[in-house]
Design a protein. Structure first.
Length: 381
């Protein structure tokens, strides 16, 4: 009698080929050793439990003579030793162990593969336990196969292995400054609302998806109106500052940051305008408005998280974090806009205590000092 093995969904199935004897066989009776029986020249049986069984075949001939024979058969299965979730970052390894039932079965070989819905990637060694090396982000569901004497069993229950990207150590994000410089007359400094770049990442320590801020870009426009050359003091011998006009020029420059004063007319300096508008951008906007709120806002953003859930990749978890990030970032943008409108803009007029006018006046004061030196050297009255 010859025994061959096939796998079925319900268990372990043995197909028994016919036994040839002299004479005409009237009846074939099978005892599979687990309480199951069968009949017919060819039959099959699915074992529900792994183990070693004695399969007996009794043949009854047409003259009622009986004969029997038996064969030893082993029904076996292979399964993962545990199906708990595990986590491994790209480039690292994880050991996964399988077990064969019945326990004493040996002499076979193991092989490993992935099954649906695997979205990550990695490689397995062909041994038990296997070493899985993670290469691609996503979820991996391993399946083990065990082959012995030409028969193969595959595990039917898998486990979720989350392969994640390690972003490395975190650090605070310094806002980047990318203003556009123009020469629009009376344009002033016009900040735009900052834009945020961030990534989602998985932290196996708390099994949650988190936010990592990567950039805060600050854009806007700095308009520096060029002052006419004829109205820009040039305090050198032979320049446009003379004994007849130097006192008027000094008076005109000195009242830039006084109530009712301001630029010209006619004397002023493009560099004073530059200092004024750059103070608005670098000090009022970046340092005072952005700087007041950004550190805490970055901390608040990076404290946002959602549970692991069914997400396998950062790109899948990011949309779920998006609304949380937008809400927190909108609060930040509202705070900096309010600070600009309520604290900076009202002071942007001569003598109101604004830093822009003070910065411009400092440049003009330098020109005044040069004019006074020229006047002294030239002995002007």
């Amino acid at each position: 009698m010859k025994v061959t093995w096939q796998e079925t969904e319900s268990g372990w199935k043995y197909n028994f080929l016919e036994v040839e004897i002299a004479g005409k066989v009237k009846k074939w009776e099978w005892d599979f050793g687990d309480g199951g029986s069968g009949s017919g020249k060819t039959t099959s049986h699915a074992y529900t439990q792994p183990g070693k069984y004695t399969v007996k075949l009794t043949i009854t001939a047409d003259h009622n003579e009986k004969a029997s024979t038996s064969v030893k058969a082993t029904a076996f299965k292979v399964e993962l030793e545990n199906t708990n979730k595990e986590y491994v970052k790209i480039g690292k390894t994880l050991n996964i162990k399988a077990k064969v039932k019945p326990a004493g079965l040996s002499g076979g070989t193991f092989s490993w593969a992935t099954i649906s819905p695997t979205s990550g990637s990695g490689s397995f060694t062909s041994q038990n336990p296997t070493t899985f090396t993670a290469t691609g982000e996503g979820c991996v569901y391993p399946q083990v196969s065990y082959t012995v004497e030409g028969s193969t069993a595959k595990s039917t229950e898998s486990k979720r292995i989350l392969v994640y990207v390690d972003l490395g150590p975190n650090s605070t994000t310094t806002p980047t400054s990318n203003p556009t410089i123009t020469n629009i007359v009376d344009g002033g400094c016009q900040p735009s609302k900052p834009t945020l770049e961030w990534k989602a990442y998985f932290d196996p320590s708390d099994k949650k998806w988190h936010v990592r801020v990567t950039e805060l870009e600050c854009t806007g426009t700095i308009n520096i109106s060029p002052w006419p050359k004829s109205g820009t003091p040039n305090p050198v011998p032979g320049g446009n500052v003379t004994e007849n006009n130097y006192k008027d020029i000094i008076a005109d420059l000195a009242d830039y940051d006084t109530p009712g004063g301001g630029a010209g007319w006619p004397w002023h300096s493009t560099e004073a305008t530059r200092a004024h508008e750059e103070y608005h951008w670098y000090t009022d906007w970046l340092k005072t408005c952005i700087g007041t709120y950004w550190s805490q806002s970055e901390t608040d953003l990076e404290n946002l998280s959602i549970p692991e859930g069914s997400y396998c990749k950062a790109s899948e978890a990011k949309p779920a974090l998006e609304s949380l990030v937008n809400n927190r970032f909108n609060t930040f943008k509202t705070n900096i806009t309010n600070k600009w409108n309520k604290e900076i803009a009202p002071k942007d007029k001569p003598g109101a205590g604004g830093g822009g006018y003070a910065a411009g006046q400092a440049v003009l004061n330098g020109i005044i000092d040069q004019i006074k030196k020229l006047a002294k050297k030239s002995r002007w009255k």
